[in-house]
Design a protein around this ligand. Structure first.
Ligand code: EPU
Length: 432
């Protein structure tokens, strides 16, 4: 088990450049299965979910490889594809669900065992399945696996998602590119990563309008070639570095991730008294650790453009030390705040009640031995530890590396005393 040790009390300084977003790269890799030409995704970090996706692509018969920071996929004929997703790969990440539509379209069938990922509460796939069924797929559920088959091409539909699921919007966008006729998706998710998938598919030859709005219109069965694509920068990683400097103090520049991608989080930090200067693609975040953070915040996490659910634990980590109590409510996931136990172990007055998190504020955080309960909760515990007195041991059973190639190294590069795996230094404090 990897352990990250974090000695609090150091301010952070320097410049950091978020890599490509996990939540863009993973659906883009799945979408490459639809392409009749080679694809290249630029600047992709070495996340364990990316490794799992490359293994999944190989397992279904689609060669994909990493060359330096870039990922390359090659076109495959339907006959060489297999629709059986191996259970260990499906169970290793939520993003195995992105293979439903491409394998159904290209291989004619797909069998998806229960997708894994963070345990944030129930994460059904009913909208994915309902949309694909409306397009003509035959869906069989057996235990925790779904098997989908098609007999002839999928048909275009006018389909309303019962809630704006990011994953289901992406599934149906991919399926609609292969369906006969013009599909209209209503109630679609508007997250930037949905726009990135639409941009990639359009670069390959698809016709998609309305990305970033709740109504998407897709003309199906246009031939898709390949594309060279630079995925979006990771707005959640950008928010993580911003949260780290808010908690620990200092001054950093987050480069190459436009402020509009995490505006709600930057606005929240400003309300807490953190100084924010925004440029077109860069943000400077500064906080004097001698000055208190303002609490009294009421945050509601919801679908884009609201406060992002993935940033809710990070906001909590900042508010632990604030001068008044705050509350965060997450409308999307029932168990977003499993990190509350770790915060409490560090001495914070912090209680999760269902979807709500109460944060008493005023905590003099103390180092503790804590465990990352999930990806963003683990990152939030690392942020809190940067502000705690003493050396925190953060046990990470593989969660953080699913979404950050090297969070300990990145925080160390900003001057944090952060070590990974048995106290081995990760980085010299290399500031740009
Ligand atoms: N939902 C359903 N039925 C469905 C699909 C979703 O009820 O068929 C519900 C979910 O249970 C949840 C809500 O809808 O309560 C929102 O889920 P959504 O489908 O939008 O999320 P997702 O596609 O499973 C992606 C990201 C998450 C991020 C959410 C919300 C990926 C791989 N994951 O999940 O990211 O929190 O959108 O923005 O893209 C992470 O990066 O750590 C992470 C969890």
């Amino acid at each position: 088990m990897q352990t990250i040790t974090i000695t609090g009390g150091q301010t952070l300084h320097g410049t950091i450049h978020p890599a490509a977003a996990k939540n863009s790269v993973l659906p883009l890799l799945a979408a490459s299965l639809l392409c009749g030409g080679p694809c290249c995704l630029r600047g992709v970090p070495a996340l364990s979910d990316v490794d799992t996706s490359l293994a999944l692509l190989r397992a279904v018969g689609a060669p994909a490889e990493r060359r330096g920071a870039d990922l390359y996929t090659r076109p495959v004929t339907p006959g060489s594809l297999c629709g059986e997703i191996p259970p260990p790969l499906a169970g290793a990440m939520r993003s195995s669900v992105f293979y439903l539509a491409p394998l159904l379209c290209r291989a004619g069938m797909v069998r998806l065992p229960l997708p894994g990922g963070c345990r944030l509460g129930p994460r059904p796939v009913d909208i994915h399945l309902a949309g694909l069924a409306a397009m003509g797929a035959r869906v069989e559920l057996e235990g925790e696996a779904a098997t989908l088959r098609r007999f002839g091409p999928l048909q275009a539909v006018d389909f309303t998602l019962r809630l704006p699921s990011v994953g289901a919007t992406m599934t149906l966008l991919m399926a609609a590119c292969c369906a006969m006729g013009t599909t209209v998706l209503r109630g679609a998710a508007c997250e930037p990563e949905v726009c990135d998938l639409a941009d990639f598919l359009c670069a390959c030859g698809a016709s998609i309008t309305g990305a970033g709005t709740p109504v998407l219109v897709i003309q199906g069965r246009r031939p898709l070639g390949g594309a060279l694509h630079t995925p979006l920068p990771d707005r959640i990683a950008a928010a993580t570095y911003a949260a780290a400097v808010a908690a620990a103090g200092g001054r950093i520049t987050v480069q190459g991730c436009a402020p509009q991608y995490y505006r709600a989080f930057l606005d929240f930090l400003e309300c807490c008294g953190v100084q924010i200067e925004t440029g077109e693609r860069d943000v400077v975040i500064a906080r004097d650790p001698a000055l208190p953070l303002r609490g009294g915040q009421q945050l509601c996490a919801n679908a884009w453009p609201a406060f992002a659910t993935d940033t809710a634990p990070l906001a909590a980590a900042v508010l632990l030390q604030a001068d008044a109590p705050s509350e965060i409510y997450d409308y999307l996931f029932a168990n977003r705040f499993a990190c509350a136990a770790g915060f409490a172990a560090m001495g914070a007055d912090c209680r999760a009640r269902g979807r709500a998190l109460y944060i008493g504020g005023g905590a003099a955080l103390q180092a503790a031995r804590v465990t990352a309960p999930d990806l963003r909760g683990g990152a939030a515990l690392a942020v809190a530890a940067l502000a705690a007195r003493g050396t925190t041991l953060l046990q990470d059973p593989g969660h953080i590396r699913r979404g950050y190639a090297d969070l300990p190294g990145e925080l160390a590069s900003l001057g944090g005393l952060v070590l990974a795996e048995g106290n081995r230094p990760v980085h010299a404090a290399a500031r740009i």
